[in-house]
Design a binder for this molecule. Structure first.
Ligand code: FRU
Length: 491
């Protein structure tokens, strides 16, 4: 592997290494027992934010941030996969290479926008302007009819009197023929903010103000990955603020967290967003930079980065890092967002058994669906007695990874808590995939998303839970034009 303590190696390009190097890295990643079966993960190297999500002509397109050469944040590319059913995926390879002057040090995060059957991709070009000093501009590209992606150049430069060089992750929405681009930013005073740009066309934007959230206090120093959408009568803003914490054990315990706000639609005359406060989106250890899109059934689908930026993971030694979350459907209830796994994932289910007492597992990729009593415990373990525990005393949930085989990122704590909601049905859906766990409770209002590392998982023990355990099969990922395992061809 390259030595990444030498920071320059983070900018080594894919064409500067040999094919053998990449093949070996690929084999190391895929040979790792912690590599997932039904989550999108990088062939090798590091995956972070989901980008540019959209559905077009029945096909869901996902891109993600990718550094190919190792498990670190280096020179970012956009990698592209697509699917019609969330089970069979087509592997399109790299969509955006950092090959222009304006994105020479990374094609950073961004989103997609569709107008009149044309798909546009908006992203951040990261460019080194002096040794160790970077400039970020918003750029765009179009997806051509043949699927090819054509870069069109820079579309928005920051105003250095207003925003620092932390200026990235564009997302668009429209009101009639007016288009708005939101950009995550830091003000020159050092506070997190969202800059808004207005465009009469999708190719020209001018600054229209910063979003006024009225939180009455600085809320972190940089807001990454804004995501904004509107339902009939509400505006939903999701973003990833850096530098926020809380006094309680229930909130904002990760190095960086994700919050959402359900409010009135953004008032574009003065950029105010009226609402009743923010809510942390996920209570687990590893969830960041989510994005959403609307599919052709009218579902608002979310994918997040199932990882987090300041931790070293035990799998780093095998040359890969992170995965995307499973796709989830978002619905709004009052000022709350609920998340539930997309229905299509039920197709991954293979054998099923009733959950009871202590059970031997057939595999480390499974789903549990059931009813919870006030007090319950769910323990995943191996023969050595290493455990991951999710439990409740009726008042609060606790996810405890302090007794796993490979404990990591301990400085951010080894337990996560959430208050249990009352008046909602007490069901659980839990997805485990070798080294990840996604838990949906309180009808999807409380979600824990995490990695955990237990060598050779063998059993599951439950108390206070009645339900079913399903073994889950793998998703398939095949290069465009090649046959899937079940013989089906996807174009
Ligand atoms: C969030 C983030 C984004 C940035 C990207 C770079 O994880 O830091 O703000 O665009 O990752 O990979």
């Amino acid at each position: 592997m390259l030595d990444f303590s030498n920071r320059r190696n983070r900018f080594v390009r894919m064409d500067e290494v040999s094919d053998t190097f990449l093949t070996e890295l690929d084999a190391m990643a895929k040979g790792d027992a912690f590599y997932p079966r039904y989550h999108i993960a990088p062939h090798h190297g590091l995956l972070n934010d989901p980008n540019g999500l959209y559905q077009h002509q029945g096909e869901h397109h996902f891109f993600y941030q990718w550094f190919p050469l190792g498990p670190v944040h280096g020179l970012k590319h956009w990698y592209h996969v697509s699917t019609k059913d969330f089970v069979h995926y087509t592997d399109h390879g790299v969509a955006l290479y950092p090959d222009q002057d304006y994105d020479s040090h990374g094609c950073y995060s961004g989103s997609s926008f569709q107008l009149d059957d044309q798909v546009y991709l908006y992203y951040t070009g990261n460019r080194m302007v002096q040794d160790g000093v970077f400039e970020q501009t918003q750029c765009y590209a179009t997806v051509e009819k043949n699927g090819g992606i054509v870069k069109k150049g820079v579309i928005v430069n920051r105003d250095p009197k207003k925003h620092t060089h932390h200026f990235r992750d564009p997302i668009l929405f429209s009101r009639g023929s007016d288009h708005y681009m939101l950009v995550g930013a830091e003000t020159i005073e050092g506070d997190g903010t969202i800059a808004v740009y207005h465009g009469k066309s999708l190719e020209e934007f001018s600054y229209a103000g910063d979003v006024e959230l009225g939180l009455g206090m600085p809320f972190g120093y940089m807001w990454e990955c804004p995501n904004y959408y509107e339902t009939e009568d509400k505006g939903v803003l999701i973003f990833s603020p850096q530098g926020v914490t809380s006094e309680t054990k229930y909130d904002l315990k990760n190095v960086f967290s994700v919050v959402y706000i359900v409010g009135d639609p953004l008032d574009v005359t003065d950029m105010t967003f009226h609402h009743n406060g923010f809510i942390e989106m996920d209570k687990g250890f590893d969830f960041y930079a989510p994005q959403t899109y609307l599919d052709d059934q009218g579902r608002r689908i979310l994918l997040g980065w199932l990882g987090n930026s300041k931790s070293e993971y035990p799998t780093d030694r095998n040359g890969w890092a992170h995965m995307l979350t499973i796709p989830r459907v978002l619905t709004i209830h009052g000022n709350k967002v609920r998340q539930e796994p997309v229905e299509e994932l039920r197709r991954l289910r293979r054998s099923s058994r009733e959950v009871k007492g202590s059970m031997e597992l057939n595999s480390s990729s499974f789903e549990l669906e059931g009813d919870l009593e006030d007090s319950f415990q769910i323990i995943i373990s191996n023969d050595e007695g290493d455990t991951l525990m999710f439990s409740s005393d009726g008042q609060e949930y606790c996810l405890d990874r302090s007794n796993t085989t490979h404990v990591y990122a301990e400085k951010y704590g080894t337990k996560r808590y959430a208050l249990r909601q009352t008046g909602l049905s007490q069901k659980i859906r839990m997805y485990v995939d070798a080294s990840s766990i996604e838990i949906f409770c309180d009808e999807g209002e409380t979600v824990f998303t995490s990695r955990f590392f237990i060598d050779q998982i063998t059993s599951l023990s439950v108390s206070g839970v009645m339900g079913t355990l399903y073994d889950l099969s793998s998703i398939s990922l095949v290069k465009k034009g090649e046959a899937n395992e079940d013989g089906a061809m996807y174009e």
